[in-house]
Design a protein around this ligand. Structure first.
Ligand code: AHM
Ligand code: MG
Length: 342
């Protein structure tokens, strides 16, 4: 064993060290955010391990299936939801939770309350679970002023009020991407240490991109600007090479690639779904926040995505996310289509 190499590893920037460094810049900080984050990370490690063992542990497939012992199996997304709800409540730092898996918001009992609201999708990309394609957890964090009187309405804040957001991708490696409003950093789980290590410091999305990402099966029902944009990706009028299409159908994986390589990810409105598919609070807002923090943009077709104020906790919105220049083009197409009364 190479002891010197091992000793050098203690110099690694773990996520705990990173967040404590950040915390030390604010002498008034009581470390509440650091504690909350450590509980989120624990949840991610649990889910990562459950995802890795899914085939072996027999928890692929539908909830309600039974295993060979005749016990009812829990679906991975059900397990993930339970893991995060417990991890977040037991942090003692949350007052309100909104999960994609639960219809009503959870109001944390007074004795366990703290100032943070956490909105999350415990396991996004459910259609990809059973075939081993990357899936992920998405979360956003808000604060409340009055922890004594917490109601569900406290979660109906625009994305611009987020104090932090991130995702964890369960893919070929387990990658945690975080922003606390001061850029975007990526960490990779070292399974031998059980620690997330800073591997992608200060992620900046390229200003232009060569990739576009969309479910083109819905093209029949798209609006004019989306149709024109995609047409231009394939048959550019300015002599530039056509863009390549990449679509996984797992938002975390599609956004992770877009952040690193540049390009555009879209889930537009269509005639059948005027609000698109993705949910504002725990899909559109966290990813839009990360995109902006990385130098990109997020647009709904009408406005900056982070400025939308949800009316209900599970509201949806169309969204275009990605490289600055790509979203500028999209905005122009929408402005022209409005001007032409389309
Ligand atoms: P889910 O929350 O039910 O998993 O749905 C969200 C997912 C996203 O990860 C992904 O971007 C999108 O659905 C893909 O949808 P589609 O299969 O319509 O292309
Ligand atoms: Mg989802």
């Amino acid at each position: 064993m190479d002891h010197e190499a091992d000793a050098n590893r203690t110099d690694l920037m773990t996520i705990t060290r990173f967040v404590l460094n950040e915390q030390s810049k604010y002498p008034e900080s009581r470390g509440d955010f650091t504690i909350l984050l450590s509980h989120i990370l624990l949840g991610c490690k649990f889910v990562c391990s459950a995802v890795n063992k899914a085939g072996l542990a027999n928890n692929l497939g539908l909830a309600g299936d039974t295993n060979v012992q005749g016990e009812e199996q829990k679906k991975l997304d059900v397990i993930s939801n339970e893991v995060f709800v417990k991890a977040l409540i037991s942090s003692g730092r949350t007052c309100l939770l909104v999960s994609e898996e639960i219809e009503d918001a959870i109001i944390v009992p007074p004795a366990l309350r703290g100032k943070y609201i956490v909105v999350f999708d415990p396991l996004d990309g459910s259609s990809n679970i059973d075939c081993g394609v990357s899936i992920g957890t998405i979360f956003g964090i808000y604060t409340v002023k009055d922890t004594a009187n917490v109601a569900v309405e406290a979660a109906l804040q625009s994305g611009s009020s987020l104090v932090a957001a991130g995702y964890c991708m369960y893919g070929s490696s387990c990658t945690f991407v975080l922003s606390t409003g001061n850029g975007v950093n990526g960490f990779t789980l070292d399974p031998s240490l059980g620690e997330f290590i800073l591997t992608h410091p200060n992620i900046k999305i390229p200003k232009k991109g060569k990739l576009y990402s969309v479910n083109e099966g819905n093209a029949k029902n798209w609006d004019e600007p989306t149709t024109k944009y995609v047409e231009n990706c394939k048959f550019p009028k300015d002599g530039s090479p056509p863009k390549s299409l990449r679509y996984i159908g797992s938002m975390v994986a599609d956004i992770h690639r877009t952040l690193l390589y540049g390009g555009i990810f879209m889930y537009p409105a269509d005639m059948k779904n005027p609000n698109g598919k993705l949910r504002l609070l725990y899909e559109v807002f966290p990813m839009s926040y990360l995109m902006e923090q990385a130098g990109g943009q997020a647009f709904t077709g009408k406005q900056r995505a982070l400025d939308v104020v949800p009316e209900k906790i599970h509201d949806r919105s169309p969204v275009f996310l990605g490289s600055y220049d790509e979203i500028e083009q999209m905005k122009e197409l929408y402005a022209n289509s409005k001007a032409n009364g389309e």
